[in-house]
Design a binder for this molecule. Sequence first.
Ligand code: HEC
Length: 202
Amino acid sequence: MPEPIQPTPIAETGEPQASQLAMPVWLLVLMFLLLYWGMVYFDQHSGWFNTEVYVPYYSLAEVQEFQPPTGGVDLQRGKALFDNVCALCHNPDGMGKPGQAPPFVGSEWVVGPPSRLIRIPLVGLTGPVSVKGQVFTFAASMPPMGASFSNDDLAAVLSYMRQSWGNKAPPVTSDEVKAVRAQIGNRAQPWTPQELMQIPAK
Ligand code: HEC
């Protein structure tokens, strides 16, 4: 039979007392310095996280360097204008609406030559129009929904359409819109798709 374990007797020296001894100031200072150094080190070495996941940006300019090129157009504004105006018929997800308007997703009109695309919102379009091999016929043609937009705004909307929903085409610039406006003059009659195809791609 094993011997029962006996508690080691502790010498009783009276009741324990809380002491008033102050913590040395140098220890306090050292603690804060270490803490500060740790923070700086962590920050500068990305905390040993994978730098592809955790890459700290130090300024807005640095973040913007990593954004896809927009050619100086404001895609946020483009989206807002699209949602307010074009989406009424073409739907916010660019899929079009049955009986109202054709889709933009993968549309050769949207990702195709800017010289043709820019003309559509400026004076409108009258179908039937073929998009991705499907012919659409609508009761009403497209009104000149973008005629009142500034050059910057129209460039922003069209660039947004060219870079959304899986579309990948270079942005349309404000200067391109300006040039097309000058070529059109004061034409008010909507284009037909056949007419647009006559416009040189560049
Ligand atoms: C009142 C409804 C309506 C609105 C709003 C509208 N569209 Fe359209 N859009 C149409 C219709 C209808 C067609 C097809 C023309 C036809 O068949 O007569 C069309 C066709 C198009 C096409 C070519 C076809 C395609 O699917 O790619 C483009 C590009 C286009 N619209 C751009 C725009 C832009 C940009 C705006 C906003 C500034 C806009 N539309 C607002 C009705 C509309």
